[in-house]
Design a protein around this ligand. Structure first.
Ligand code: PMM
Length: 267
């Protein structure tokens, strides 16, 4: 019998934004974001994913300077606190990623998979880990009319092309992650097709999955308040673990930690 796959890492979300759909700006205040990050690390987060720009459908873009002003003090404080969790910067902008790497981040999580022409060269020079996520369109308009003939095949092909671009830019393939981008230019049916076929993404690059509190869970359950979508989010974390996904990006770290701990014993 082959060895059971390791359970996924937990990436805890630290949004330093006033308009993220999931925590409504409660952590805009720098000190609150730092305390939240430390709490998530304590609850078992392997990585803290810090973001200063909401990518919620229809969200207003923020300037790079504002994004840097939001995330850098949080990264510096989390690094200074000596937390064991790795720090990730969730940004589409190379200038923000560069500032974040200087402030202690060791992972770049780019939901645009390297659209900024400076991003992949920066990651290559810095020799850090990088997440390449699939999105159809851009956050402002992506949910208007997403269309695919075969969502699983098209997302896979896209991620394959972005991995190739990253490797051509000089990034070590061992440092790359791919992410099918649940909710980014996708209908409920597209999201479900991706979740039913997660195994198709588990290949050479490690896979990160972000389903936590997302609106498709609200559609399925009738839960309008993102904070009430924990049960749905946990089922997705377990689904990810079953498929051999390498990490889940979640808001509810303690609950996810428990769910995956039990899953590891009963699978
Ligand atoms: N989702 C959000 C933001 N960043 N990054 C990756 N790699 N994957 C995701 O699914 C993802 C992400 C949006 O969720 P939030 O506003 O609740 O953080």
């Amino acid at each position: 019998m082959s060895e059971p796959r390791p359970i996924p890492q937990i990436w805890g979300v630290v949004n330093v934004t006033p308009d993220s759909f999931s925590d409504g700006g409660r952590y805009l205040d720098t000190d609150a974001a730092i305390a939240h990050g430390l709490a998530l690390a304590e609850q078992g987060a392997d990585v803290l994913d810090i973001g200063g720009e909401s990518t919620r459908p229809g969200a207003d873009p923020v300037s790079e300077d504002e994004e840097i002003r939001r995330v850098v003090p949080v990264l510096e404080a989390l690094r200074a606190a000596g937390s064991e969790a790795q720090l990730s910067i969730d940004t589409r902008h190379a200038a923000v990623a560069a500032a974040a790497l200087d402030a202690g981040a060791t992972i770049v999580n780019d939901v645009s998979a390297g659209l900024d022409p400076e991003m992949l060269p920066l990651v290559a020079r810095s020799e850090v880990e990088c997440v390449l996520m699939h999105m159809q369109g851009e956050p402002g308009t992506m949910q208007a009319a997403p269309h695919y003939d075969d969502v699983v095949a098209e997302v896979r092909e896209y991620l394959g092309r972005r991995v190739e671009a990253a490797v051509n830019a000089g990034i070590d393939p061992a440092l790359l992650w791919i992410d099918p981008g649940i909710g980014f230019g996708k209908t409920l049916e597209h999201n479900l097709a991706l979740l039913r076929n997660l195994e198709a993404f588990v290949s050479d690059a490690r896979v990160l999955l972000g389903t936590s509190r997302k609106s498709f869970l609200g559609r399925l359950t009738g839960r309008e308040d993102p904070g009430e979508r924990i049960a749905g989010s946990l089922v997705c974390a377990v689904r990810a673990a079953l498929a051999g996904v390498h990490a889940v990006r979640v808001h509810d770290v303690a609950a996810t930690h428990d769910a995956l701990r039990v899953f590891a014993e009963v699978r």
